[in-house]
Design a binder for this molecule. Structure first.
Ligand code: 8YV
Length: 317
């Protein structure tokens, strides 16, 4: 029986590409110069889509594939997949949760430390000779014992909070409802993001992005976090009103930020590039060999299960 035809929306490392090509006719959408023509030519053959969290599959792409059965997302975030279009046609959707949870939490905490303790600037201070020429590096700010807020206590947010407890921080969280496992650890439930920000020195944004969470971190939340506060985003840029964030960072109404995701990434708003009080990371919170290999395996496991008529390992729809 011939291999199923799938649409590959973005590039994968070679260790993923080889087994994908062995199992499927993988039509590389990201290499097409004329993407509309590419979809018109190959869309009718396509039974599966292999995509990345930040790339997803929009309604037009889904509509161009009338025989589409499954969309397998390389990433935990599936907000860029048009779920309504999938529901309307009974198209399955899968993602890669759990395997990346700890890496994303690690990077979020690492971003907080790096920004608060000035690690990036201090490294430059040594390398460019400033230490010898100018003396001691400017004093920074501690993190241990301070107040942390976690907006979204899902798998990633929970792992962030666990790590922060190791810094003896006072932890509060916002979620749809109080979580017994959080209450058991003495973490305070604060439903309102503004109230959570007001009692936080560090505010982590770790909730799954959707239309309902768009700009949940708005000007009022940012104002409440304040000139001593730091905003850390390891979720999606859409969860933050980026213009309000930039205004607050430029005016000093927000102390600092550490961001792994941006509107329009990788072409982020140039206003970020001139800010001294923001740490910029290239959407690589899950970007380790170990985790990306596990994610790629899970993408293939979901596709293979579907085409074998077996239960999907990590279904979303
Ligand atoms: C992925 C992400 O690594 O998991 C997600 O949703 O945003 C990242 O962790 C990325 O989407 C892979 O391209």
């Amino acid at each position: 029986m011939d291999k199923p035809h799938i649409l590959q929306v973005g590039p994968y490392p070679e260790w993923d590409q080889a087994p994908l090509d062995a199992a499927y006719h993988a039509h590389r959408y990201f290499e097409a110069s004329d993407k509309a023509a590419f979809l018109a030519e190959h869309g009718p053959k396509i039974r599966g889509i292999a995509t990345r969290g930040e790339l997803g599959a929009n309604a037009a792409m889904i509509a161009a594939c009338p025989n589409l059965e499954i969309i397998s997302v390389y990433g935990v975030g599936y907000d860029a997949v048009d779920l309504d279009a999938c529901r309307a046609r009974g198209i399955r959707v899968t993602n890669t949760p759990d395997v990346l949870t700890n890496d994303v939490a690690d990077l979020g905490v690492g971003m907080m430390l790096a920004q608060s303790r000035g690690i990036i600037g201090a490294e430059a201070w040594v390398r460019d000779g400033s230490w010898a020429a100018k003396g001691l590096y400017p004093l920074q700010r501690k993190v241990w014992g301070k107040r942390a807020g976690v907006l979204g206590l899902g798998r990633i947010g929970f792992e962030v909070a666990k790590r922060l407890a190791g810094f003896d921080m006072e932890i509060a969280y916002s979620s749809r409802a109080p979580k017994p496992e959080a209450e058991a650890r003495g973490w305070a439930f604060i439903a309102d993001p503004v109230a959570l920000a007001a009692r936080s020195d560090f505010l982590f944004v770790s909730l799954a992005a959707s239309a309902a969470t768009r700009h949940i971190v708005n000007a009022r939340v940012i104002e409440a976090l304040g000139p001593e506060g730091m905003l850390i985003n390891i979720s999606r840029a859409s969860n933050i009103d980026e213009n309000a964030l930039l205004d607050a960072l430029e005016s000093g109404r927000l102390g600092s930020a550490a961001l792994d995701v941006f509107e329009g990434e990788p072409k982020l708003n140039p206003r970020f590039l001139s800010l001294p009080n923001v740490l910029l990371q290239p959407h690589h919170a899950s970007g380790t060999f170990e985790t990306r290999k596990a994610m790629g395996q899970l993408v293939r496991d979901n596709l293979a299960a579907h085409f074998a008529g077996k239960p999907l390992p990590t279904p979303v729809l």
